[in-house]
Write a protein that binds this ligand. Sequence first.
Ligand code: SF4
Ligand code: SF4
Length: 234
Amino acid sequence: MSEAAMNKSAEAEALALLRRTKASYQSFIKLNYEHAAKDCRVCPTQGVCCTDAHFVNVHITRLEAVHLRETLERTTRLTYEDRRAVYVRARETIKRYNLTATGDTFAQTYACPLFEAGTGCLVHARAKPAPCIQHACYENWEDLPPLNLQTRTEHRIEQLNTQIYGAAWAWLPTPVWLCLVDSQADGGELEQLARGWSARRIEHGDSSAHREVRLRATAHTHRAQRSLPVINRV
Ligand code: SF4
Ligand code: SF4
């Protein structure tokens, strides 16, 4: 088997594990916490949790981006044009909100291109990022799922990324990753970023840079994803 074929098959295995990890996390949240959350179907500001560009700063990893791409590909109710529209929205979002793959990406906020008016989250059932699975609107603080559930899932996601890509991945805003893994992109930007991440690994040793970033990501998405006022969380 060629190296490319081996990499593809290792990625497919990691994707299967990622799917399982997310599915069990999502079911656990649904069964144990969502009954206490507000009903999104009757929400007077439906979708604001995904489109409020002052708040949303959800970050994902490379493997999750591939998972998103494949989920969009496999969603049969989406036409080719619908799928391309997601990538067009992602590009526009990057431009409008000045999103970048470098610097303090967690300070960057945006309206999510995976939200479609009338449908909602296009990847709701299969590929939601961890903070989006964790999030719902609760009346009482004591009903919220504990943050360590999200942290644990993100840690597992990190392990899977490192297993497949070594240091060649990072936590980045969802629209940035969507464009990097777009099958119509030439891959040059991702290659260049991957070289930078690998160099950082050599400089700092193991994946400590990723770990530090994830902790910051968790803190930020925690703040961004709660609808109750969280003043002192970050
Ligand atoms: S999560 Fe909250 S803001 Fe978003 S649709 Fe549901 S109830 Fe509305
Ligand atoms: S991925 Fe889905 S749930 Fe998360 S912010 Fe985007 S549209 Fe909303």
